[in-house]
Design a protein around this ligand. Structure first.
Ligand SMILES: Cc1cc2nc3c(=O)[nH]c(=O)nc-3n(C[C@H](O)[C@H](O)[C@H](O)COP(=O)(O)OP(=O)(O)OC[C@H]3O[C@@H](n4cnc5c(N)ncnc54)[C@H](O)[C@@H]3O)c2cc1C
Length: 467
């Protein structure tokens, strides 16, 4: 077996691993990557990019359906699945080829890594890699199906849902998280009769109730069935197809469909790494334990991205990868701050985006806050373009007006949220915010309304409770 030594050995060449490699190389370190392939990472191959490319097609179909509202008769949309998937495949190939070209600039060892000690790992039986430090960035895997009868009955997961060969006539989506919501709406908008079955009272159970309720209502308004408070009991074949039986409100109900999409989450990918041999603590459900410097329980081994279970978002994987590389190469103790990093968007229509603290976060932490919100159906630009679903919300401290959090359910929400991220990054108050010029008529100017509401609410609180 050949033994090679590097300053930094990176296990997993996805978004987090690649960010770590680029950063360490720019600092002059010798870097090697290990990955069994396919190269490109989850985001490009089976995550963010294929899903958003497909959703662009189903959103366009919906825009055609809604065109008569703007005086344009375009007829009923006729989705051509083969062309939709071919377009997605071609775009993804372009992104992946570009990434692979960048990755192959590094020494890249094809195979699965397995630690044999705290400073050595093996790639298959041929290569041993020694490192002054390591970054583990092996991502996540689809959580195994735990529902009774699901495996025997057959189902698709998010990987299969992103590469359909034909459209089922009907689909039951198990789960109400963002992958379920995005892909379920994609299928529904291509004409598949879609039913969501979820235990929570609304889609996106971890979001504030007004946010999750608004998305749930928006999907119902376009004819999607959403069964909430529904605990799946079993799955089986029936004469009408695949039957999902669920308990809801004390009764047993069922839904029959041609296909089932199982979208109940992902787990950190720690299998086969032999982390014990390297003295790295982890849990199969929550991933590799790290501190704010990305160090694991072995201070020479860092972990980043989905495998840490902190926030399954590509920008977080990149942020962590860069910090880990800087800390590994210069033996520094730069710390991550996730307050704004955990901002995220869900690419349904209407889109959902959240930054900073949610009301649930603030209530849990017993932090006082003032909230202002404003609906798109009362906003000039939204009315003009016929995109009036949803609302914006801002949360601020009643003491000094500092903006603590923001949420959008609405058109272009994933872009609109950035204004509040920038404001929070600079510690802005609502008093600063209302002074920022907003062009008219734009969707972005809607943020001025919740900010103004909060200014008035804080003034009223101060009048009611003089110092
Ligand atoms: C359907 C879907 C949609 C998504 N949409 C979004 C979105 O819109 N926005 C967003 O921010 N995030 C989204 N995500 C999440 C995002 O894709 C992930 O958070 C991100 O890609 C994680 O990056 P990573 O570097 O941790 O892991 P990955 O990119 O998965 O990289 C892990 C790498 O490790 C390699 N590997 C695995 N095991 C080994 C081993 N033993 N040895 C060596 N290498 C190994 C793999 O081959 C892979 O290349 C989505 C995910 C899904 C599933």
């Amino acid at each position: 077996m050949e033994t090679l030594s590097y300053d930094l050995v990176i296990v997993g060449a996805g978004s987090g691993g690649y960010a770590a490699a680029r950063t360490a190389e720019a600092m002059g370190a010798s870097v090697a990557l290990v990955d069994p392939g396919p190269l490109g990472g989850l985001c490009i191959l089976r995550g963010c990019m294929p899903s958003k490319t497909l959703i662009a097609s189903s959103d366009r179909a919906q825009a055609i359906r809604e065109a008569p509202e703007l005086g344009i008769d375009a007829g009923a949309p006729r989705p051509d699945l083969a062309r939709i998937v071919a377009r997605k495949d071609e775009i993804i190939k372009g992104f992946a080829d570009y990434r692979i070209a960048n990755l192959t600039d590094y020494p890249l060892y094809y195979g699965s890594a397995r630690f044999v000690s705290g400073d050595e790992l093996h790639v298959g039986d041929e290569v041993a890699l020694r490192g002054k430090a390591f970054v583990v960035a092996t991502g996540s895997v689809i959580a195994p199906a735990v529902v009774e009868g699901l495996i025997e009955t057959g189902f698709i997961d998010s990987d299969a849902a992103l590469a359909p060969e034909r459209l089922p006539a009907s689909l039951t989506v198990l789960g109400g998280g963002y992958v379920a919501a995005e892909l379920g709406q994609f299928y529904a908008r291509l004409g598949v009769a879609t039913t969501f079955v979820l235990r929570a009272p609304h889609l996106l159970s971890t979001e504030d109730d007004d946010v999750g309720d608004a998305l749930t209502q928006a999907l119902r308004d376009e004819g999607i069935r959403v069964e909430t408070g529904a605990q799946v009991v079993r799955v089986e074949r029936s004469a009408a197809g695949k039957r999902v039986t669920y308990a809801q409100g004390g009764a047993e109900e069922h839904v029959d469909s041609e296909e089932i999409l199982y979208a109940l989450g992902r787990l950190p990918n720690v299998a086969g790494l032999d982390l014990e041999a390297a003295g790295v603590r982890y849990h199969a459900m929550t991933g590799i334990e790290i501190d704010d410097t990305m160090r694991t329980s072995n201070p020479n081994i860092f972990a980043v991205g989905d495998v840490t279970g902190i926030a399954p978002l590509v920008h977080v994987a990149i942020y962590q990868g860069e910090i880990a590389a800087r800390n590994a190469v210069s033996r520094a103790r730069e710390r991550a701050d996730y307050t704004l990093q955990k901002a995220h968007a869900i690419f349904t229509d209407p889109q959902v985006a959240v930054a900073g603290a949610t009301e649930k976060d603030l209530q849990r932490a017993a932090i006082p806050y003032v909230s202002g919100s404003y609906p798109f159906d009362d906003h000039g630009k939204a009315i003009a373009i016929g995109r009036t679903k949803g609302f914006v919300k801002m949360l601020a401290s009643p003491d000094d007006g500092r903006i603590l959090g923001a949420a959008v359910v609405g058109q272009e929400g994933s872009d609109l949220i950035h204004e509040t991220i920038v404001a929070m990054a600079y510690g802005a108050t609502v008093y600063d915010f209302v002074k920022i010029p907003h062009l008219h008529p734009t969707l972005a100017e809607i943020w001025t309304y919740p900010a103004e509401t909060i200014v008035e609410l804080i003034a009223a609180i101060k009048v009611a409770t003089p110092a």
